[in-house]
Write a protein that binds this ligand. Structure first.
Ligand code: PGA
Ligand code: ZN
Length: 435
């Protein structure tokens, strides 16, 4: 442990813990001179965009090369000496110091994992000094006009999270019509159960994908979309009026060379043929949200899709934007989509993530705060969503404790607000609901 003598951050401790894929990750624990403690754990993605903050991994044989001892050493040797003594309330200064100490735009020196865990842990300790939950601290202690985010929940998983069994990565539900967050989760629980029951009834075998969704062997992407719609309807909901469907295409994952290689149907589609395939789905099915429909460099086709469908649905940039405010600005200019998927560890620091969200809001886009496929019990993102006023929240499926920890934390926040709690629900999607 590194000890300091400043009046603010007194010690920074960092150590290896394990994530939901059984891989090493970093927990950072910050203590102030007043004895307040804050800690946070870095998550990790599997389907990453090329410009995002990169995790520093040790390489070599141990733990498949995923060990984080070098990133932990960077916290002790590079970050701690500079941050000890700094005012823990000054997130901007802390994050600027982290960015400056790394020096690389993608945090290649100290690692995005070291950066984000340290940034989040200092936010927690600042809240702890005020004896406030982080979400309330981020709102300056004010609990009026707080909105609880609409969950976006994976039912079927595919892509990089399910060994490429399905081309598309996430088949999700969005319970926008619920009266509050608690009811939204009740609806999801029924849909998740109905989806499992349907698979059993149809004798479909399945595994469980990285984020907890079922991972069945559908014979086509269409069949998976239809099974999703069926689960919503069997559970008693209307995909046009109460529970929308959302697809994370994660198109980077199956774009090779100059075409989209779909394992379902063993088709190689040119970008134009893929565009037609996608628009066919958007015309045929009541899809409310679509994420990363094209590979991240194809701004032009993103813009064509946005122009044809952006008035009726959210077109979400994840790998396209990598939570980078400059990428958001470029995509706003190109009219390439209308919603940012905001992942703090893609940005590397909370300040950078918030900047990307603010850039999106300033263009009248929507924003979704998102976890990663590699997660832990850390619930920081729940507090960021509520504290920053972000109205949508994506953390994977409705199974596995690293996912349920997040849903349950938002339930706790909703409960603590009592009658002051407002569910973002229909307000977010009102502009699309004529579809
Ligand atoms: P990742 O996937 O965390 O593996 O990047 C999540 C997503 O693409 O939304
Ligand atoms: Zn994605």
């Amino acid at each position: 442990m590194v000890e300091g003598y400043g009046v603010s951050i007194k010690t920074i401790d960092a150590f290896r813990v394990w994530d939901s894929r059984g891989r090493p990750t970093i927990e950072v624990r910050v203590e102030t001179t007043s004895g307040a403690v804050g800690s946070a754990i870095a998550p990790a993605g599997a389907s990453t965009g090329s410009g995002e903050a990169v995790d520093l991994r040790d390489g070599g044989e141990r733990f498949g090369g995923y060990d984080v001892l070098n990133a932990i050493a960077a916290i002790y040797e590079i970050l701690a000496p500079r941050l000890i003594g700094v005012d823990e309330q000054d997130q901007h200064a802390i994050d600027a110091a982290i960015e400056g100490l790394d020096g690389a735009a993608n945090f290649a020196t100290i690692g995005g994992n070291a950066a984000v865990a340290t940034s989040m842990a200092t936010a927690h300790v600042a809240a702890a000094v005020h004896e406030l939950p982080l979400w309330l601290y981020l709102r300056g202690g004010k609990d009026d006009n707080v909105t609880l985010p609409v969950p976006e929940v994976q039912i079927f998983g595919g892509g990089a999270h399910a060994d490429g069994q399905m081309d598309l990565q996430d088949f999700m539900v969005v319970p926008f019509g619920a009266k509050n967050f608690a009811e939204a989760l009740e609806w999801v629980a029924e849909i998740y159960r109905a989806a499992g029951a349907q698979l059993k009834k149809n004798n479909k075998s399945y595994g469980v994908a990285d984020e907890g969704g079922y991972w069945p062997s559908f014979s086509s992407n269409d069949q998976a979309i239809e099974a999703l719609l069926q689960a919503i309807e069997v559970a008693g909901f209307d995909p046009r009026k109460s529970v929308g469907i959302s697809l994370d295409i994660a198109a980077n994952q199956f774009f090779r060379g100059d075409c989209y290689r779909l394992s379902k149907g063993e088709k190689n589609l040119s970008p134009d043929a893929w565009f037609d395939c996608l628009t066919g789905w958007l015309q045929q099915y009541p899809i409310l949200m679509i994420e990363d429909p094209f590979e991240e460099h194809d701004l032009e086709r993103h813009a064509r899709l946005q122009s044809a469908f952006g008035h009726q649905m959210q077109i979400v940039g994840d790998d396209l934007l990598v939570t980078n405010s400059a990428n958001v600005a470029q995509a706003v200019e190109a009219k390439a989509c209308n919603t940012l998927l905001c992942k703090p560890n893609q940005a590397g620091t909370l300040t950078r993530a918030r900047l990307a969200a603010e850039r999106a809001y300033s263009a009248d886009w929507d924003v979704i705060l998102s976890a990663r496929s590699g997660e832990t019990e850390d619930v920081t993102i729940c507090h960021l969503a509520v504290g920053w006023g972000i109205k949508q929240f994506k953390v994977g499926s409705f199974a596995r404790s690293e996912r349920m920890a997040k849903w349950n934390e938002v339930l706790r926040i909703e409960r603590s607000l009592g009658s002051k709690a407002r569910y973002a629900g229909r307000d977010v999607f009102a502009k699309f609901l004529s579809f």
